[in-house]
Design a protein around this ligand. Structure first.
Ligand code: AMP
Ligand code: GLY
Length: 431
């Protein structure tokens, strides 16, 4: 086991293989305390910094075995699916140090019925809501309520695509039927939440917490829709920037008092202490900040704009979180701003081609204050980097101001190309 009093390096296995995991591994690799780094499964970009193991992120026993075989000091469980599968619980059972919430705390993301109930019970501001277990009852309620837009959400995980904002009854009916009757998100659609439609700017704040202390990171905002002007289908995220210009110190203070601390206390009071990174997505409404949703992990692509701004050693923070002594450390951030433009495969989030060679990575990789995080990439013939997923790359730039960061990120994007590539031109520009 690692301890940071001696000089022994910390060997870390990061579970996952997207842009978020690349950002985590990049930050770990910057630490003088980092030893050998591993990723399961990783990607072509991560391979430059870590040993990529052929183990899927959702293969819990494979992860446990890989952690043992490589005698790592720590496993960082980054994506939602493994957290909900109880990967952290399994690792701890085996005596392996793990970063991330246990399954009973990850439920704050894994079940909207649970998270809405928590907020109601503890008076944490959010949209009012009703829960339904059958499409008939849900539709009767929506018809009776007759108030649009109606917000309909699948209870469980749905790749960030489980929320539908319906402008009229027929749209609402289609959403309810596809989620509950056709089970487009599988068992996640066994229950749905129908909630009040809120308006206002959205902001995301990630926070480190050991279950007692909560330390917010710098704010960020993502762009979920596939096309410019927030048009097109919902995606995992087409870009992000940090900080959010709406998140003033006054709002931050209010969020801390009304949302962050009450949430951490509520989870502890429920016997579900949350340890890891918690993600607060909020809407800044007329009546104040209200929670849109929680996630139990770093966001993707939010991690690609927040982590580059972190000055404090990430391994020190991870140790403090796991050991329940987060109150003892200061976490410092760089001034300025960061912007990340996601380059996706044409057709994403629906059907898209794969296996196309990516050019320009080397020269863009040499640009100052630019970092290209890989999401869906792998190696083709002759070790060329090829596309292997919907979101392919996240091009992050840092600068003194948001405008300058956005401009630099787009300059970097213009140096990269692959067949049918698609990216939004308004990241950080429509806020
Ligand atoms: P979610 O999957 O819960 O993050 O929702 C996806 C997106 O739908 C959010 O980023 C919001 O833009 C929007 N949304 C979710 N819930 C509401 C709500 N109650 N009122 C208005 N917009 C919402
Ligand atoms: N970008 C949204 C998420 O990671 O859930």
């Amino acid at each position: 086991m690692n301890n940071n009093i001696n000089n022994r390096k910390t060997d870390v296995l990061v579970v996952g293989g997207g842009g978020r995991e690349h950002a985590i591994i990049k930050k770990l690799s910057d630490s003088p305390r980092a030893g050998r780094l591993y990723a399961a499964p990783g990607n072509a970009g991560i391979a430059a910094l870590a040993h990529c193991l052929p183990v899927k992120a959702t293969d819990t026993e494979g992860i446990v075995a890989a952690a043992k075989a490589n005698a790592v000091d720590l496993v960082f469980v980054a994506p939602d699916d493994p957290l909900m599968l109880g990967t952290v619980d399994r690792l701890i059972q085996e005596g392996i140090r793990a970063f991330g919430p246990k399954r009973n705390a990850a439920l704050i993301e894994g079940s909207k019925v649970f998270s809405k109930g928590l907020m109601k019970k503890y008076g944490i501001p959010t949209a009012s809501y009703e829960v339904f277990a059958s499409s008939g009852e849900a539709l009767a309620y929506i018809r009776e309520r007759d108030n649009y837009p109606a917000v309909i959400k699948a209870d469980g995980l749905a790749l960030g695509k489980g929320a539908v904002i319906a402008g009229d009854f027929s749209g609402a009916a289609e959403a309810v039927r596809s989620i509950m009757d056709d089970r487009v998100f599988g068992e996640s659609g066994r229950h749905i939440v129908v909630e009040e439609f809120m308006t206002g700017p959205e902001v995301t704040v990630l926070a480190f917490t050991d279950g007692k202390t909560v330390i917010p990171m710098v704010s960020s905002q993502d762009h979920k829709r596939a096309q410019d002007g927030d048009k097109g289908l919902n995606t995992g995220g087409m870009g992000a920037f940090s900080p959010s210009l709406h998140y003033t110190p006054e709002i931050a203070e209010r969020c801390m008092r009304e949302i962050y601390i009450p949430t951490i206390k509520a989870m502890a009071a429920e016997g579900r202490p949350f340890s890891g990174v918690i993600y607060f997505q909020m809407m800044l409404t007329q009546t104040g900040p209200r929670v849109v949703e929680y996630n139990a992990r770093f966001g993707d692509p939010e991690a690609q704009v927040v982590l580059p701004r972190l000055k404090t050693d990430l391994i020190d923070i991870i140790d403090a979180v796991i050991d329940g002594r987060l109150s003892e450390i200061d976490i410092e951030w760089k001034e300025g701003a960061a912007a990340c433009v996601v380059i996706a495969s044409g057709g994403y989030p629906l059907k898209y081609g794969k296996g196309y060679e990516i050019s320009g990575l080397e020269s863009v990789g040499n640009m100052d204050n630019v970092y290209v995080y890989h999401a869906g990439t792998s190696f083709g013939d002759n070790s060329a980097v090829i596309t292997a997923g919907g979101r392919v790359l996240g091009v992050t730039a840092e600068a003194a101001t948001l405008d300058a960061a956005v401009e630099l990120a787009y300059k970097a994007v213009s140096g990269i190309s692959f067949r049918d590539m698609h990216y939004r031109r308004d990241i950080g520009r429509t806020i």
